[in-house]
Design a protein around this ligand. Structure first.
Ligand code: 5GP
Ligand code: MN
Length: 331
């Protein structure tokens, strides 16, 4: 941990009793793990805690204790004395569970590990040296002198395992392994978590690959593929959970890779969700931030409005330029 837990955060936690915990849109394992880990920590401390998320529960995270208690925007009230936002780098990532008319007057605590965090809370604990927000919470549990219960351990280890792709990313430091070891000792089942989250894909994902792979391109060290709405429909994949970028990121000839997924954006306009990966030594975090998104140097993303062809052409040109500059720096 590079950035210590702010004393204001500890004070805020101590004096609050009804706490709304929220996490980011398009949730991943760290969004679920840090959200629910925080909820169980607060309950262990004798507080009332409500988990809320904009998106419906993903089936691979149903096993997490408390997952079925997560409410959506329709069921988020106003009767809280603190909002804690986990693993979200900017306010737009909170989605519609944060309702300014209900919550703007409440203190907002932001806990996150994204280097692109915009410090949008009243109290911000941001530590990009941690591989997952769940890793930060392991330290918070210990600093508050709370027991690491089985529920806390399972949620937090899920966040660490999913954000590090099971201890394979370049930010898997000895501290990450130590935190994970303590969570495993506290009762979390590592192999079960890996099996339920990472080693799991529906057959429709394979069908989607078969539709997308023929048009994948590799130019100037940049590999990219486009997932159209028609392909998603034909493969029976309402949400793209095909983990295509994890495959792209293994390709030797590509320093940077991208998956572009067609979406219908806000106000019904065409939009493209862009997901980026970079090999060690390359950085796609700054580019995603410049496009209004965010993330980490090796994995980032953004959503851009506009026709697919135009968005892809513009972003691929920027990725090639980024890769060219960074390859020169490496020489
Ligand atoms: P993925 O490609 O797996 O969806 O996302 C990789 C990383 O980029 C994650 O850390 C995620 O939080 C971040 N990310 C992806 N899309 C967006 C976005 O639209 N905005 C921001 N701020 N971060 C994003
Ligand atoms: Mn995370």
């Amino acid at each position: 941990m590079n950035n210590p837990i702010p004393a204001e955060l500890v004070a805020l936690l101590e004096r609050s009793n009804r706490i709304l915990c929220i996490s980011h849109i398009n949730p991943d394992g760290d969004a679920y793990g840090s959200l629910l880990g925080m909820v169980w920590l607060l309950r262990t401390l004798g507080k009332q805690a409500t988990p809320a998320m904009t998106d419906p529960l993903l089936s691979e995270f149903e096993f997490l204790p408390g997952a079925t208690e997560i409410v959506d925007a329709r069921h988020v009230g106003a009767d809280y004395d603190l909002v804690i936002c986990l693993d979200a780098s900017s306010p737009d990532r909170m989605g519609d569970v944060f309702q300014p008319e209900l919550h703007a007057a409440l203190p907002l605590a932001v806990i996150d590990h994204h280097v692109t965090n915009t410090y949008f809370g009243d109290v911000n604990w941001v530590d990009p040296s941690c591989a997952a927000t769940a890793q930060m919470l392991t330290y918070l549990v210990e600093a508050l002198g709370a027991p690491t219960t089985g529920a806390i351990a399972e949620c937090l280890l899920t966040g660490i395992i999913t954000d590090t792709l099971s201890f394979r990313t370049s930010n898997t430091t000895p501290e990450v392994l130590e935190a994970a070891m303590r969570l495993q000792r506290a009762g979390a089942d590592l192999s079960m978590i890996v099996q339920r989250t990472l080693n799991r894909m529906p057959f429709s994902a394979l069908q989607l690959w078969s539709l997308v792979l023929p048009s994948v391109q590799l130019e100037d060290g940049v590999l990219w593929g486009v997932v159209t709405r028609d392909q998603l429909r034909d493969a029976g994949q309402p949400n793209d959970d095909s983990k295509l970028n994890s495959i792209f990121a293994t390709i030797i000839e590509a320093d940077i890779s991208a998956v572009f997924t067609e979406k219908i954006g806000k106000n019904g306009q065409p939009a493209v969700e862009c997901s980026f990966r970079a090999k060690p030594g390359f950085n796609v975090g700054d580019l995603a931030f410049a496009f209004g998104g965010g993330g980490h140097p090796p994995a980032s993303g953004c959503t851009l409005e506009g026709p697919t062809d135009q968005v892809v052409a513009r972003v691929v040109a920027a990725l090639k330029e980024t890769r060219r500059r960074q390859a020169l720096d490496l020489d």
